[in-house]
Design a protein around this ligand. Structure first.
Ligand SMILES: Nc1nc2c(ncn2[C@@H]2O[C@H](COP(=O)(O)OP(=O)(O)OP(=O)(O)O)[C@@H](O)[C@H]2O)c(=O)[nH]1
Ligand SMILES: [Mg+2]
Length: 436
């Protein structure tokens, strides 16, 4: 039993629109937006405290400097970057705006930049509502990229991620649609990207494969055409000077570098300009000689800096999430409709629930339950089950291989053994059902 990718979301979009055509639901923004969520590319929201580099990361992903970035609090509205042909979307109020944008990224994702969260300004409330169960826009995003600095996991970080998972989580709660990003890696002192990632995975309880440390400004500069020959010349001069390289690797900030630079009779504007575009060069420090060596022109420099930024790693994680876009979107929108039903009066609630109950019986939906179970088996959550068994079962659940007698016996045994965690039992039951 398999269903084509997107079939469940398409069926759910039909349900939303069918409901919206009824007199009692006419022009209901939640239904219209839920239908849009099912039909357009996967919705990914970038959320985090003020000045964690959200807009800079958005520019890097979109490969265009479309979002304004600044040291002080900057983004004032939830901004939806969508491909122009993604269809109508309802007006979500003055806290939101839409920017139509054609490009490789918007062909696959709708990207949502948001105002920073840890602020008293009213801007933050539009972001808070995206994570709030009692808001019409709660659950309007399907995937969360949560940004945090200096490998620190605050209580509010955990709390917001938990909220998002509750808005969008499935029965098996695999946490597959949340990515935690350690930001401004170039400004972190004395910790490698891998160490930052390990700390963030531990602190947030997310699977390690959903945690990435990046330096988004390197990627923004490299991808948005901000690098010039002057930057390359300055980098070459730094790389050629041993004491300068030591300062860069030491991550001591701009002032001592400036003194050394000017001491050599060089133009202070060169270094300032480099710093404006690339920031402190901590990440680049150790590899600077190789970087400039392999960069005869700005084009190669951009390629090298992009690799160092690790934003490509983040894109790989997003591509992995997209494989289960149908599951994540459907799960999030079903939850959204359930919450909508809970607040719209008995009669209207009964209509919504009836439609959802019918939908759940459809083969496209039964198939999604299996994919959810496969996702859990592919993650690290059940590492106490031997890996070959987990891998084979995940493939079976995804319809890629047929069941063997041995597999059936193994998972029947797991499902029936008393005292099993309910999550494991549910997954085991899904495997047994698929193996029949
Ligand atoms: N060192 C360093 N600075 C960065 C990086 N990314 C962004 N910044 C700087 O951090 C400041 C804030 O960046 P933004 O992208 O505007 O941050 P934001 O999270 O969108 O901020 P708000 O919209 O105000 O919440 C700017 O001065 C950026 O240049 C990075 O990777 N490294
Ligand atoms: Mg911003």
């Amino acid at each position: 039993m398999t269903a084509p990718e997107g079939a469940a979301a398409a069926a759910l979009a039909d349900v939303c629109l069918r409901l919206e055509r009824r007199r009692e639901f006419r022009d209901e923004p939640v239904l219209l937006d839920a239908a849009a969520q099912c039909s357009e590319p996967l919705r990914v929201a970038v959320v985090g405290d003020v000045s964690t580099g959200k807009s800079t990361l958005v520019n890097a992903l979109l490969t265009a400097k479309v979002a304004r970035t600044r040291r002080a609090e900057e983004t004032a509205q939830v901004t939806w970057y969508r491909r122009p042909d993604a269809g109508e979307r309802p007006d979500l109020g003055s806290g939101h705006r839409t920017v139509p944008l054609r490009g490789d990224f918007t062909a696959l994702y709708t990207l949502v930049d948001t105002p920073g969260t840890n602020t008293a300004s009213q801007w933050a409330s539009s972001t808070a509502q995206l994570l709030a169960a009692d808001s019409p826009t709660g659950g309007a995003a399907t995937v969360l990229i949560y940004l945090t600095r200096d490998a620190i996991v605050w209580d509010h970080t955990r709390e917001r991620i938990g909220r998002f998972l509750r808005l969008s989580g499935g029965r098996t709660s695999d946490k597959g649609n949340v990515v935690v990003v350690g930001t401004k890696g170039d400004a972190v002192r004395g910790a490698s990207p891998e160490e930052v990632e390990a700390e963030l995975a531990e602190g947030t309880g997310l699977p390690p494969e959903r945690v990435v440390a990046v330096s988004q400004r390197l990627a923004e500069s490299a991808r948005c055409g901000l690098l010039t020959d002057r930057h390359l010349r300055t980098l070459r001069a730094i790389a050629a000077d041993e004491s300068f390289r030591a300062l860069v690797s030491g991550g001591r900030g701009l002032a001592p570098m400036q003194a050394l630079w000017e001491g050599g009779g060089r133009d202070p504007a060169d270094l300032k300009e480099l710093n404006d575009v690339l920031g402190p060069l901590n990440w680049v420090g150790a590899t600077l000689p190789e970087l400039v060596e392999s960069s005869p022109t700005v084009v190669e420099l951009a390629t090298g800096l992009d690799r160092l930024s690790r934003v490509p790693q983040l894109e790989a994680v997003l591509a992995d999430i997209r494989k289960d876009a149908d599951l994540f979107t459907t799960r999030t929108v079903v939850r959204r409709l359930e919450r909508f039903a809970a607040h719209c009066g008995l009669e209207r609630a009964a209509t919504v629930r009836r439609e959802l109950a019918e939908l759940r019986e459809r083969p496209e939906f039964r198939w999604l339950d299996r994919r959810a179970a496969a996702l859990v088996l592919e993650g690290t959550a059940m590492s106490y089950v031997p890996r070959p068994e987990r891998e084979a079962a995940a493939k079976l659940l995804r319809g890629e291989i047929a069941a063997t007698k041995r597999m059936r016996r193994f998972w029947q045994d797991v499902a029936q053994r008393p005292g099993r965690a309910s999550k494991l039992r549910r997954v085991a039951e899904a495997v047994v059902e698929a193996a029949l």
